[in-house]
Design a protein around this ligand. Structure first.
Ligand code: ASP
Length: 418
């Protein structure tokens, strides 16, 4: 079989078709010179040969850097921001090198001397706890070098999981650590990458804020970017450039890069203890279970050998746990199963509503869940932050302590008041 990306000639039924080979499985797809894709039935192909081989992506060299007062480390993990459209196949592929980003956006080097490092080159949906650990280690190394701040380029799909993980894993970061993604690949004229990157850099070199934040567009136009708090943020849209919203929190800052203006909203003094890093155990199993109407108790049993479980329940703290009539007997079994799981592992509640706080002690079903041992009352963490917090706590504390700490605000993940 010829290589995907090659220009090929295909003898198909009575015709000869020339085009770029886009896929070979399960069908052969050719991009014709008209730009249209055509799907071919393999059985009707009598011959296929390569006319020209695909070109390997051109690697750029980074521009020469000016001397700057600030040194900022740019750690690359992959995602759309590090991808480009392969115009032969039409697919977006993660293939940027750190040098590619610098050569695409040479303005970056006007604000700071950039240390660019490749940590991984993957779409963020592929990440595991291992990737949080290697990223946190790389951050610790860069901090030791005395940089002014760190920018992490990252896929947007799970960017909020990573921002939560780093927020728990890194104690007292002495510099800003800003995660930046983009919804359009960096090589597209419409890409949001450049503004997100430059705004993050401008924020790092202009303010004295410390901590873990993310920098993305505030709305659909290119006017402002927001720095959002790493533990209270979520991707709320599949494709818009302003997909990330603060959840149960205010933005840290608004940046208008064009006007070189920053409104810093978070003026809290961060504690200045020693910097340290605590990893997440890579063999841990923590689940997120979404409760719904007409669910069954045995679905929960799937988690019986896990180390911890987040239950995404309803509103302020409810689950289908009461037998109301002859049709709701399953609910009692659900309650008993939750109780059994709570005896084996920490089980915590997070609301499907996303916005707002849990008040499990108000109605009887919520009180019964608390009696069973479910954690998470009076919390306003997103399910994703709750999930990462549970993994972090289980990695670093004995089970009883995990239960105590889950409901305690450690790093700003639970707001004081809503
Ligand atoms: N699937 C990509 C990722 O999260 C999407 C993106 O970067 O926007 O890595």
């Amino acid at each position: 079989m010829e290589d995907v990306g090659n220009k090929v000639s295909v003898h198909y039924a009575d015709e000869v078709l020339n085009g770029i080979l886009i896929t070979t499985e399960p069908h052969i797809i050719l991009k014709l010179s008209s730009g249209y894709n055509i799907v071919l039935d393999k059985k009707k192909i009598t011959k296929m040969e390569t006319i020209t081989k695909k070109k390997d992506p051109e690697r750029k060299t980074a521009p020469a850097q000016q001397k700057n007062n600030h040194t900022v480390s740019l750690l690359h993990t992959g995602g759309t921001i590090a991808s480009k459209v392969d115009y032969t196949t039409g697919a977006v592929i993660a293939q940027f090198s750190p040098e590619d980003i610098l050569s695409l956006f040479p303005e970056i080097t006007e604000h700071a001397t950039i240390n660019s490092r490749l940590i991984s080159n993957i779409q963020s949906e592929m990440m595991r706890y291992h990737h949080y650990n290697i990223l946190a280690e790389a951050i610790a190394e860069e901090i030791k070098k005395g940089v002014s701040g760190i920018i992490i380029t990252h896929g947007t799909d799970t960017l909020h999981y990573t921002s939560a993980a780093l927020s728990f894993m890194l104690d007292n970061p002495p510099v800003p650590i800003i995660i930046v993604g983009s919804q359009r690949s960096s090589d597209r004229p419409s890409s949001d990458a450049k503004q997100n990157l430059l705004s993050a850099l401008f924020f790092i070199t202009t303010t004295h804020w410390k901590g873990i934040g993310i920098c993305m567009h505030e709305n659909m136009d290119d006017e402002n970017c927001l720095i959002l708090p790493g533990l209270k943020v979520r991707k709320m849209h599949t494709s818009r450039r302003d997909a990330f919203k603060p959840i149960n929190a205010e933005p840290v800052a608004r940046i208008n890069y064009e006007k070189r203006h920053i409104d810093l909203f978070d003026k809290t003094e961060k504690s200045v203890g020693p910097f340290s890093l605590k990893k997440i155990k890579e063999d841990l199993r923590v689940g997120i279970f979404k409760s719904r109407t007409h669910m069954f108790a045995d679905e929960l049993l799937f988690y019986k050998n896990y180390d911890g479980l987040i239950i995404e329940g309803f509103a302020i703290g409810h689950m289908p746990t009461e037998k109301i009539d002859s049709k709701t007997g399953e609910n009692e079994k659900i309650y008993d199963t939750i109780k059994k799981l709570c005896e084996k592992m920490p089980v915590a509640f997070a609301s499907q509503c996303i916005y707002g706080r849990t008040f499990m002690h108000i109605y009887t079903p919520g009180r019964e869940l608390l009696k069973a041992g479910v954690l998470g009352d009076y919390c306003d963490m997103t399910p994703e932050t709750a999930y990462i917090k549970l993994a972090y706590l289980l990695s670093n504390h004995p089970k009883e302590k995990v239960k105590e700490l889950f409901n305690t605000n450690l790093k700003g993940e639970i707001s004081e008041r809503t």
